[in-house]
Design a protein around this ligand. Structure first.
Ligand code: SF4
Length: 327
């Protein structure tokens, strides 16, 4: 009997941690800000993994740390089976072109004094890819892929609208033929009508080029539209992880339930009870003991204050970090 085929993930994140020290340079005692604490997930070729959570939950730091735009405090990230945190700068540079990022603010990530054609060619020049003519042709091909023509090559960023600039941001991420792109809130600064254009463009490019995305967002409707699986983050921890359909049909963690209760349903006959959480998100300098969510959880028990819940498998593709589900 032949053994079953095991598909390896393109990206495997294991126990990722990222802390920053806070306080002025004059203070003797520096405080630790725990931005990301011990999170694990994997992303397969051609798949979109979404991360949702309120601002400050650590989702953007997760994306930046995976790409080594900021150094990790602990854990491992495997790309094609290789732990990229162990690679020396020179070795990492070789696979850097496979791992790209689309930023939230496309204007801030484009040099206002440089023509779009040059901004797109820049990473090929740095990586010494192709001749001048080949680079120009590559950029023209990508401009066409994201809905522009040759005339846009010589324009400056201020000549484009917000949605157009985000399409340029996407083209720039594609220049070096990446396999994996971190999309950090790529549509949250755009009008709703433009958001769907960008999301559809990302989906089409994924089909055409077999890309894997880590899609970071705070709007659950947006993440639901694009992601195959979703991880929910709260105070630096991934409290629930599931396929998108399962998460929306059967949310388990009290925090996920409260997030989903705020998503409008486009059917006036369906009534939904909104779960309003008490208090604010605690400071990441003073992370609560036990379950990080216990200060706001409507179901908190005595043990939640002391005992940290571990991730429990509640289905083939569903994990939750909550004492309500441990047997
Ligand atoms: Fe709420 Fe306790 Fe579950 Fe945390 S572990 S989410 S406090 S019930």
């Amino acid at each position: 009997m032949s053994s079953p085929i095991v598909i390896e993930p393109l990206i495997r994140v294991e126990n990722l941690k990222k802390s920053f020290s806070a306080g002025s340079s004059f203070s003797i005692k520096k405080k630790e800000v725990r931005a990301v604490n011990d999170i694990s997930f994997e992303i397969y070729e051609g798949e979109t993994f979404g991360i949702v959570g309120e601002s400050g939950c650590g989702k953007s730091t997760t994306g930046r740390t995976i790409l080594r735009l900021t150094e990790p405090s602990g854990g491992k990230v495997f790309y094609n089976g290789q732990n990229i945190f162990e690679l020396k700068e020179k070795e990492f540079r070789k696979i850097r072109q496979d791992l790209q990022m689309v930023f939230q603010d496309p204007f801030a990530s484009l040099d206002p004094k440089k023509r779009i054609g040059y901004s797109l060619e820049e990473s090929m020049i740095i990586q010494k890819v192709g001749t001048k003519e080949e680079r120009r042709n590559r950029v023209l091909e990508l401009l066409e892929k994201v809905g522009f023509n040759e005339d846009h090559y010589d324009k400056f960023p201020h000549e484009f609208s917000g949605g157009q600039r985000q399409r340029i941001g996407i083209a720039r991420a594609l220049v070096l033929n990446p396999k994996f792109i971190v999309c950090d809130e790529p549509v949250s600064a755009l009008d709703v009508s433009i958001q769907s254009q960008i999301l559809n463009l990302l989906k089409q490019l994924q089909v055409d080029l077999g890309l894997a995305y880590l899609f970071i967002g705070h709007d659950l409707s947006v993440v639901r539209y694009i992601a195959d699986r979703i991880g929910v983050m709260y105070l630096g921890e991934m409290v629930e992880k599931s396929t998108t359909d399962e998460l929306f049909a059967n949310p388990l963690h009290p925090y996920t339930k409260s997030l989903l209760s705020a998503v409008p349903i486009p059917d006036p006959d369906i009534k939904k009870e909104r779960i309003i959480l008490k208090g604010d998100v605690p400071s990441p300098i003073h992370i609560p003991s036990g379950c990080v969510f216990h200060t706001r959880c409507p179901f908190a028990m005595e043990r939640c204050k002391e005992e940290k819940p571990v991730a429990i498998h509640v289905g083939e593709n569903h994990e939750v970090q909550c004492h309500l589900y441990d047997k």
